[in-house]
Design a protein around this ligand. Structure first.
Ligand code: SF4
Length: 172
């Protein structure tokens, strides 16, 4: 898995969050998202890759929307049906918030996570940012480990993974 981590830290923010430990959520005690309605007509596809030297990340949220306090990222997961945001998705969104902040020079107060039938507003507060940076730091440490175990049990995820052919831990 070392090569996967290398790819992540080199710039694939979306993949960063696939390797997260769910226990971190319990430790962080983070709030769930708030279900809201938003007019998707204002959403704009994010056409360029965003960079953050501070977070050592690059990536592209699905959409951004310009609100009163600046740009806000939106991550769309049409295949997901959950009553609450999943922690890995929350952290992925946090990574996009970090990217948006550094790219546009203004910290987004929240991001949006869209599942098939729900839209959550997730506050991008200092606690969530700290959790994100902690995970990035852990992953950076894993770059030097001889091997890193996969942290999920989702064959579906492996079926759609770009590293599937070379991964000896794939589940499908
Ligand atoms: S194939 Fe599965 S275990 Fe391997 S890197 Fe991809 S998602 Fe992770």
């Amino acid at each position: 898995m070392q090569w996967v981590l290398g790819a992540i830290l080199c710039g694939v923010a979306g993949l960063l969050l696939l390797l997260l430990s769910s226990s971190l959520r319990a430790r962080a005690g983070l709030p769930h998202g708030e279900v809201i309605y938003s007019d998707t007509a204002d959403w704009r596809r994010c056409e360029k890759t965003l960079f953050s030297a501070r977070c050592a990340l690059a990536g592209r949220p699905d959409y951004v929307v310009l609100e009163r306090k600046g740009y806000v990222p939106i991550e769309v997961k049409p295949g997901r049906v959950f009553a609450q945001p999943q922690w890995s998705d929350v952290l992925q969104l946090a990574a996009y918030c970090c990217l948006v902040e550094d790219e546009y020079g203004r910290r987004p107060p929240h991001g949006y996570l869209k599942y098939r039938d729900r839209l959550f507003r997730i506050a991008y507060d200092r606690r969530l940012e700290k959790a994100l940076l902690t995970v990035i730091e852990q992953m950076r440490g894993d770059l030097h480990a001889p091997d890193v175990a996969a942290s999920h049990n989702e064959p579906q995820r492996c079926m759609h993974c770009g590293y599937r052919a070379a991964c000896d831990q794939r589940l499908a």
